[in-house]
Design a protein around this ligand. Structure first.
Ligand SMILES: C[S@@+](CC[C@H](N)C(=O)[O-])C[C@H]1O[C@@H](n2cnc3c(N)ncnc32)[C@H](O)[C@@H]1O
Length: 335
């Protein structure tokens, strides 16, 4: 692997605003034990994304990134885990939050167990907060990471202490001369465009290299329900067939990861919903006109959020009906 600077953006576009390098923002956040929460306040905005006062702007953050960052805060604080993926619940492991970290660790162990012998260099695509890259380096692999999220990259850099170069870019935009023995997508494949990413993986692999994907896909069923995300499985199989890969492993682990959704559902209904209702009641009591206006202005958005998160539909049963969670290993065929 080439000797990259430890932490760098791959292109200006990946920095969120193309002026950013010329006017570094002052960061101000709630420092929760090393986790620097998201809000960047610019005193002299150069390319404001959303102006909230003449002297303040808030950087626009992708909603999926917000979800991941909330997951990271809750995981770190409540569940003692830096992982940002589902848990693997074998029979006998009780589905309760006390076992969350264990289930996530089982998931990582399953991936590690499926890394073929002889692999030395790994590109961890969508490295989250770096927890899995850390495990890999502890097992002696040379790892480079990719993430488009600057905030997650900062977390990963703290955790990895500079052991792994981090490319702050989308995988689709990654530019590198390095080649890898294995490219890993641990729950990050659903975020990348398949059309660009599969040929790119082919180009970035050493001869005989491997592609390992552990993620969920959409089944061919009518309605996605409250559960979004994932490429269509049939479409994925068609796309991968167009590439010079041969399948080594294709494990269906949907039933073992699905209980994760029951815990998420419990959390949303028992913690998220009462907090939401309390906040709404507070605003309605204090600022009735503002509340009515906001309720009217954002009625569609609020309805969507309610249907998605607070109707009890994000559970294991729905997950099994709509998704197929798979661990798939492919080997590059000789040219
Ligand atoms: C659910 S997290 C998985 C994190 C980690 N791999 C794990 O297993 O814990 C998804 C990750 O994919 C990253 N991601 C999203 N879009 C991406 C893209 N286009 N290219 C590379 N990574 C992406 C996110 O920033 C995040 O780090």
């Amino acid at each position: 692997m080439s000797n990259f600077p430890r932490f760098f953006p791959s292109s200006r576009a990946d920095l969120g605003t193309d002026r950013w390098p010329f006017s570094p923002p002052r960061s101000k956040g709630y420092n929760t034990d090393g986790f620097n929460v998201v809000i960047r306040v610019r005193l002299a905005p150069v390319a404001p994304l959303k102006r909230i006062s003449p002297i303040m702007t808030i950087e626009r953050i992708d909603s999926r990134e917000v979800g991941l960052l909330i997951g990271l805060i809750l995981g770190k604080r409540l569940l003692k885990s830096d992982d940002l993926h589902y848990g693997y619940w074998p029979p006998g492991l009780k589905v309760e939050s006390a076992n969350w970290a264990q289930a996530q660790s089982n998931h990582s162990d399953l991936i590690v167990a499926n890394i073929p012998g002889g692999v030395k260099t790994i590109l961890d695509v969508g490295c989250g907060a770096g927890a899995f890259a850390k495990k890999l380096t502890e097992r002696g692999y040379q790892v480079e990471c990719v993430t488009p999220s600057r905030l997650l990259a900062q977390e990963a850099q703290k955790l990895l202490g500079g052991q792994c170069p981090i490319h702050v870019t989308k995988f689709e935009h990654l530019e590198t001369d390095s080649r890898y023995d294995l490219i890993l997508f641990s729950e990050s494949f659903q975020y990348v465009g398949m059309g660009k990413s599969l040929p790119k993986a082919v180009r970035l692999l050493n001869p005989g290299g491997h592609l390992l994907i552990c993620d969920f896909f959409k089944k061919d069923v009518e309605d996605d329900g409250a559960l979004g995300g994932g490429h269509r499985l049939e479409k994925f199989y068609r796309r991968i067939d167009e590439q010079p890969f041969e399948s080594v492993t294709d494990l269906d682990i949907t039933n073992e990861v699905a209980p994760t959704m029951d815990l998420v559902n419990d959390f949303l209904l028992q913690v998220g919903l009462p907090i939401r209702d309390l906040v709404f009641a507070f605003i309605a009591g204090r600022y009735p006109y503002l509340f009515r206006f906001l309720n009217w202005k954002y009625r569609e958005k609020l309805k969507q959020v309610d249907e998605k998160y607070f109707q009890g539909q994000r559970n294991a049963e729905a997950f099994i009906r709509h998704k197929s969670y798979r661990l798939m290993l492919y080997r590059l065929r000789p040219a």
